[in-house]
Structure formats: C-alpha cells, structure tokens
Design a binder for this molecule. Structure first.
Ligand code: SIN
Length: 286
C-alpha cells in the first residue's frame, strides 16, 4: 500500500479499490499511513453506513458521541448534514477543533465519507499539530511542556449554545449542562503510535491553561490558535461523492468550511475510541 502526499506537511492519497475488501495486514498498513500522513484520502468508495461501521471497528472500538443524535438505524454514525434550505446556518464542524478533545480519552481516528457534496465549496481543512509543535522554539517547548490545557465543550454544547445549532434542520444537536465539565490534557502530548510530540490544542475546546499566569492566558490562547492554524501547517480537501477521508485526531485539528449556501452537503462520520493523551515530558504521567 502506497501513499502519495498531497501537501508538504500532511495529507496523502492512498489508492484502494474497495476498503470493504481490505485484509488484516492492509488495515495495519493503512493505520501506519494515517499516523504518518495524519489525513488519508481514499477515493471512489461505495460504503453503506453498515460498511463504514464495520471498517471503523477494524481500527478499534467506537468512541462515545455526546450531544449529537446519531443516525436512527446506525447509532455509531453521525450524519453530518446541512440541507440546501438551511441557508447560512452554522455548519457542524465549522470551527477549528479536534473531535471531542474534551473527553478523558478523545477519539483516535475519524472516518468521514462523502455521500452528497455540493458542486463547489464545503471543503475541510486540517492542520498538523505535529508540524505546529516542531515549529516552536526551544523556549516555547520548555514553557508549554509545563502547561495543561483545560478542554471543555462549554462554549460549544452548553445550553446557551443551543440556538447556534438549531439552524440545521436535519441534525439534532442536544446541548446540555454536561458540557460544563472540563478535562485536563498536557498541552504538549506524545503521539501513542509514532512517539512524535504534538501541540495538542484547539480553540473550540481549549478554554484555559493550567499553569499559566492568569494575566497571560488569553494572549497565549490567541497565540496558540493563530500558530496552530497557520496556513503553512494545513491541508485542504475538496470533496467528491465517494471520498472516504480518515484522519488522526491526536495530531490534527480541522475546520469544515461553510461556503456552499444553497446546496446540500451530507457526509457520514464514525469515530474510533482513543486513549487519555499523555506526555513523555511529564514525570507525573499526566
Ligand atoms: C467534523 O468536524 O466532524 C465534520 C467535518 C466536515 O464536515 O468536514
């Protein structure tokens, strides 16, 4: 199995005739390529929701998906769907984030399959948090290794955010008080499969920094957001029906562009359970 890079930083195309026919060794190879390139594009697939669930299971057990009502027939599948009639409503995934990083053990991989995509627009952009880490100065690395990021869904899924999500007529997103809890993860994590250091940050869910002087925190969060989403660390994919994209949430964040008003966009998402993020630089193991 070979990958053709699609940018100098992350993203690769992997030609596979039919992912449903992958042998166990192929899945091992594919997993290695995803961890290496962080985002893998596999074109021209024909996947039912059941097929997608089966493929996801080959990477690990399903992750929990709070707040979002899944497909009634396939509880592990989220239908990411904006109808043409939803106009300029806020789109699902329309802010830089890493999937459910507010969980104690955020998902390792996400699989997103394009079912009905607009003729233009609706691209997804990913940013490499490994490249963002590698571009830090030694001083910044030393400083950030001392910090833990406070991840919370408070500003995404607490009750005050319900109106933002209610513009999507075909998705049910149930905001509730459970979004108020927070989870601490090291700001610099170590990828569990590649051993690479990663700046595990995303502005949607990282709302505070433990260990940072409070007067510096807002400025540091802004700096981290601008740094980690700098175009030099990104890869952008324009979807075609039948595209399957699998990405590594442990070393990326992503953003779904909302520039297709008047067109329908439907993709099916499954997520694979991950482990609590750890850092090789902290003695306490947090
Ligand atoms: C997501 O953030 O899970 C969805 C991304 C997309 O729709 O492109």
């Amino acid at each position: 199995m070979e990958a053709t890079p699609l940018s100098g930083v992350l993203g690769a195309r992997v030609p596979i005739r039919d992912v449903r026919a992958l042998k166990d060794d192929d899945v091992v190879d594919l997993r290695r390529l995803i961890c290496e390139h962080l985002v893998v594009v596999i074109e021209s697939q024909d996947l039912s929701a059941r097929d997608q669930v089966d493929l996801s299971h080959r990477f690990g057990p399903p992750a929990d998906t709070p707040f979002i009502e899944p497909s009634p027939d396939h509880p592990e599948v989220i239908r990411v769907l904006k109808e043409a009639s939803d106009g300029t409503a806020f789109n699902f995934g329309g802010a830089w984030h890493s999937d459910f990083s507010f969980q104690p053990a955020p998902p390792s991989f996400t699989l997103l399959f394009a079912v009905d995509v607009p003729p233009w627009g609706g691209d997804t952009v990913w940013s490499s948090m490994a490249a963002a880490h590698d571009a830090l100065t030694e001083d910044q690395r030393d400083r950030f290794r001392q910090l833990r990021a406070v991840h919370t869904a408070r500003d995404a899924y607490s009750p005050k955010m319900q109106p933002l999500h209610s513009g999507l007529s075909a998705m049910t997103i149930n905001c509730d008080e459970s979004a108020e809890v927070h989870q601490l993860h090291p700001l610099i994590t170590t990828h569990p499969e590649t051993g690479r250091d990663v700046l595990f940050f995303n502005r949607a869910y990282v709302r505070d920094l433990e260990g940072s002087p409070s007067e510096e925190t807002a400025g540091t969060l802004d700096w981290l957001h601008h740094h980690t989403t700098d175009v030099r660390f990104t890869f952008r994919h324009h979807w075609r029906n039948g595209d399957l994209v699998i990405w590594d949430n442990r070393a990326t964040q992503h953003y779904a562009l909302n520039d297709y008003t008047g067109f329908r966009r439907e993709l099916h998402r499954t997520t694979v359970a991950g482990e609590p993020p750890v850092s090789q630089h902290t003695t306490s193991g947090h």
